[in-house]
Design a protein around this ligand. Structure first.
Ligand code: MOS
Length: 735
């Protein structure tokens, strides 16, 4: 680093810089914004899952108090679809014809003077349908199957031959249900047109994508669309797409020439902003008698909506998790009459890892090798698909440190061999290799006349700590104390940023921020390069360091001057520089860019008579590369682990077989872990800065969830001798 600081800023377990705003109610979430003259919208949703609207009657709604307009497919304009992104295109625009593709599809938007009037009038819209038999099950022969939709199928060696020669073969079919990512903050859109200029407040994880989508759908230039999201009440993947309700709100505002605000209801959060789609996986491994893998075959089928894209390659991760010479992975999707799925924290991996790490555990018992030992025996020292060294990988250390903290050596090898009264006690372990989604990013840095720094990018902070860690990176890179740097985000007019998702933003944005700050230091040095008045004349970045806003020569620390002095002498009010990051460049380094790795150690107690499961301990050891803030990163792992307990034991979005209606679309009926379900969670980070990225970071947003389900299932097997291959694991499956 050229910029130094007496106290290290990066890595420190600092409190959130936005904490005071949040606890004092000054952090404004999308639903907190209001625009003078705004009207309020409510949605009407389909009550069948497939078919056509034969008649829709809006007259009573139109006559209701305060109603300004009702838009249906009969009066909606034709709209384009949004652009393709790295995560697929946004869903097709709503209200384009009379077809119904899923239960809960928006069939009208009602706009009124107040939210209550809109909600009331929405109930007065009546629709008649010609219903078709909906395709709701993965095994429905009528379902269209998408072949290798993401092009991620892998094949190396000859699995069939190797499997036939294996001394031990273990296989199983694993099922995972629909889960719903349902952040506390109800999704909200507030749209305001001024001529052809659109201002949007939206609950999104990706302001730049919403801007691009609205520009394309409404045929206006991108720079006339501005998306704001300074805070969002959680995301977990819901905010990765520009949803139909966003388009409807923007359309209503354009139609009325008035600002329009829409807040989804909790039940609508189950149908309108995505979910983790159900899947079925068949996995088969062949090994030597001592547990060395010789063949691995992993096939998946997961659900996707009728005219939608969703990134969900469940099996793909199995290609790189272990050093196995013969591997085949296949991911397929079945088109069903379901609400559009979307990535949900650890998409694909959360399900795929459950199957892989369960079957590895089964293999361990089959060959009589300790479950931890079998994972080390098949350790992938290099990326086996790319045949390149990892940019970093400390999974072995994760296992070793975790085993020590957990007390794995106390484990009794036999299943059902430890008991405390009614409770059977079991230990389980799972390894996690998490591939991250990487994308280019831009940032801009400014030093103003007072010598303070201002850095920004059009990213979003889901509550993960982006404001905080980027303030740390900015302060360190600019050589300023924390309180003299402001980092801002959540505005699509700022330099373009990728999604806060795929565990990729911290690296993409951190590298861009660091680059912008370094470019800015270069700009200062360029300014004084031939400045007779400057003690820094002739210096390049390699010749200097910055401390407390003062640039000094490395060879003569007393020779230097402050940012503010330089600006004043040159009659400048500020100096600004742009920076960027591009993971493609790192890929040229001859190494396989690694995501995070992790090991999960779980202790469960299972009531021998009642089948009750209690998770009593979880140790998470994570290699996240360089950790920018021990506190916010640790919170990501804690939160992800709680999500993993939910996936393992509680979460199940139930679709009514007859109608395609989601039957438990409330927080009372959709179960998630509560405090009593969560033990103290031990989290520790290991590993070194990643070599493939300038800042050395990897993403930790999702790795914390992945592996929990397998480790719990493995612990339940160890406790009870019952192998459960279907989530969630409920007491009825253990009786
Ligand atoms: Mo995450 S599922 O990439 O928000």
């Amino acid at each position: 680093m050229t910029a130094t600081q007496s106290r290290p800023l990066v890595g420190a377990a600092l409190n959130r810089v936005d904490g005071p705003l949040k606890v004092s109610g000054q952090a404004h979430y999308p639903s907190d914004f209001d625009v003078p003259g705004q009207a309020h919208a409510a949605l009407v949703q389909s009550t069948i899952a497939a078919g056509r609207i034969t008649r829709i009657d809006t007259s009573a709604a139109e006559d209701a108090p305060g109603v300004l307009t009702v838009i249906t497919h009969l009066n909606a304009p034709r709209l384009d679809r949004g652009p393709m992104t790295g995560l697929g295109a946004s869903p097709p625009p709503p209200l384009q014809d009379d077809r119904i593709l899923h239960h809960g599809q928006h069939i009208a938007i009602v706009v009124a003077e107040t939210a209550e009037q809109a909600t009331d009038a929405a109930r007065l819209v009546t629709a008649e349908y010609q219903a078709d038999e909906a395709v709701l099950d993965l095994d429905d022969p009528r379902a269209q199957i998408l072949d290798n939709p993401w092009g991620l199928d892998t094949q190396r060696g000859d699995v069939a031959v190797a499997m036939a020669s294996a001394e031990v073969v273990v296989e199983g079919t694993f099922t995972t249900p629909d889960n719903t990512n349902n952040p506390l903050g109800l999704f909200c859109t507030l749209a305001h047109w001024d001529g052809d200029r659109l201002t949007l407040h939206d609950s999104t994880q990706w302001p730049s994508m919403v801007r691009a989508t609205m520009a394309q759908v409404f045929k206006v230039p991108e720079d006339s669309v501005r998306v704001h999201v300074p805070f969002i009440g959680g995301g977990f993947g819901n905010g990765l797409r520009a949803w139909p309700h966003v388009i409807l709100t923007v359309l209503a505002a354009r139609t009325l020439a008035r600002p329009v605000k829409l807040v989804l209801t909790r039940p609508q959060m189950f149908t309108s902003v995505g979910h983790r789609p159900e899947g079925v996986q068949h996995i088969k491994v062949g090994a030597t008698a001592t547990g060395e893998l010789v063949a691995l075959e992993h096939r998946s089928l997961s659900a996707v909506a009728m005219e939608d894209d969703d990134y969900e390659p469940l099996a793909a991760g199995s290609a790189v998790a272990y050093a196995c010479p013969n591997v085949l992975t296949r991911d397929r999707q079945a088109r069903l009459n379901i609400p559009n799925p979307t990535s949900m924290r650890g998409p694909a991996e959360a399900q795929g890892n459950f199957a892989l790490e369960s079957i590895i555990d089964e293999l361990a018992y089959a060959v009589g090798v300790d479950p931890l030992e079998i994972r080390l025996r098949n350790y992938a020292e290099i990326n086996p698909e790319a045949e390149l060294p990892w940019s970093s990988k400390a999974l072995r250390e994760c296992f070793e440190v975790g085993a020590e903290r957990f007390g794995w050596s106390q484990r009794s090898p036999e299943p059902r061999s430890r008991r405390d009264g009614d409770w059977l006690i079991g230990y389980g372990v799972a390894g996690v290799s998490y591939p991250w989604y990487q994308a280019p990013c831009q940032a801009r840095a400014t030093i103003s006349a007072d010598g303070n720094g201002y850095v920004r990018s059009a990213a979003a902070d889901l509550g993960t700590g982006t404001y905080t860690v980027m303030t740390q990176v900015s302060a360190e890179s600019l050589g300023l104390p924390l309180d003299r740097v402001r980092f801002d985000l959540g505005d699509s007019d700022m330099p373009i940023a990728p999604q806060a998702g795929g565990s990729g933003l911290t690296s993409a944005l951190g590298n861009a921020v660091q680059d912008a700050c370094r470019q800015l230091l270069d700009s200062f040095l360029t300014l004084v390069h031939e400045d007779e008045m400057s003690p820094l004349r002739g210096c390049t970045r390699a010749d200097v360091a910055v401390e407390d806003g003062r640039i000094h020569r490395l060879d003569a620390p007393l020779e230097g001057e402050t940012y503010a002095d330089i600006l004043a002498r040159h009659n400048l009010t500020e100096l600004t520089a742009d920076g960027a990051s591009d993971p493609g460049k790192a890929a040229d380094l001859g190494m396989a860019l690694a995501g995070a790795f992790g090991a999960k150690f779980v202790e469960v107690r299972v009531d021998a008579d009642l089948g009750l499961v209690r998770v009593t301990r979880i140790v998470s050891v994570i290699d996240g590369g360089r950790i920018l803030n021990e506190k916010t990163a640790g919170s990501q792992i804690v939160g992800g682990t709680v999500g993993g307990i939910g996936q393992a034991l509680f979460e199940d979005t139930v679709t009514d077989a007859g109608t395609g209606r989601i039957a438990n679309a409330t927080f009372g009926d959709y179960l998630i872990p509560v405090n009593g379900d969560v033990p103290d969670l031990d989290v520790v980070f290991v590993g070194a800065p990643d070599r493939g990225t300038p800042l050395g970071t990897k993403g930790v947003g999702e790795v914390g969830l992945v592996g929990v389900a397998a480790a719990i299932a493995n612990a339940i097997y160890h406790a009870t001798g019952r192998r459960i291959r279907s989530l969630p694991i409920t007491l009825d499956t253990l009786l």
